[in-house]
Design a protein around this ligand. Sequence first.
Ligand SMILES: Nc1ncnc2c1ncn2[C@@H]1O[C@H](COP(=O)(O)OP(=O)(O)OP(=O)(O)O)[C@@H](O)[C@H]1O
Ligand SMILES: [Mg+2]
Length: 258
Amino acid sequence: MNSQPIPPPPRAEETHVPLEALGLRKHFLSGDGSELRILQGVDLRIGAGEVVAIVGASGVGKSTLLHLLGALDRPTQGDVFVGGTSLFEMDQEARAEVRNRHVGFVFQFHHLLRDFSALENVAFPCRIGGVPEGQALDRARALLEAVGVGNRKDHLPTQLSGGEQQRVAVARALANDPLVLLADEPSGNLDEATSRELHELLFGLREEKGTSMVLVTHNLDLADQADRILELRDGVLHNDVNGGTSEGPEEEGEKLGE
Ligand SMILES: Nc1ncnc2c1ncn2[C@@H]1O[C@H](COP(=O)(O)OP(=O)(O)OP(=O)(O)O)[C@@H](O)[C@H]1O
Ligand SMILES: [Mg+2]
């Protein structure tokens, strides 16, 4: 008889789920002092190399959710785990470090530092992470080449087109080779051809690096390329993006492309 002890089931931190949200609620106070319950219990698990698109009407809470996933804001209730580690149980400094090291963020409005060149903007997260300046600049140069704006590296954001700024923002989000890329309307302000190029860039990245992604988008072309499309509606995520019979909140085990 085999007397080997049966190993215990893996704990969350051993399963290396890149990103997981459990029971996320976010309430805001509106102008008249009443409570706005924007997120009402969001559960989400993103597998390694998985790309999930989140869609939903304007004002439903998509940016709010993405900000919580990237620890740019605190939930009213619930928690987010990056690589199995709870973000909201750790102190602020540790949280900032995990965010800088493991999460890349592309904002709805790109948020590049206006007084710094494209190259300096992209090198910034590496510098914060303690990478020596020369190495950080080398990496930034390579990333700008990879996203097709190497020839604009010394331009300030105001000297770049909208599409170029968005590419620089993507390069910056990739500076530390994140586990997860969170992108809020990455092609929201771009024309069709430039959007398509940016989408190819994002999916090329997933192929090459296995980066997991959560993409908030109104762009059907982008959403259709994702492994799963979830709709944020009434404060929770739904799988049934086309309406129909709602099965309620997003559940594990319904991933496409697996
Ligand atoms: N700090 C805040 N205080 C009060 N209300 C807020 C705050 N931030 C967001 N809201 C409200 O929460 C709701 C969700 O906002 P959010 O920006 O997440 O929407 P969204 O789904 O990203 O919309 P869009 O598609 O237009 O970008 C909105 O009604 C907004 O007014
Ligand atoms: Mg938004």
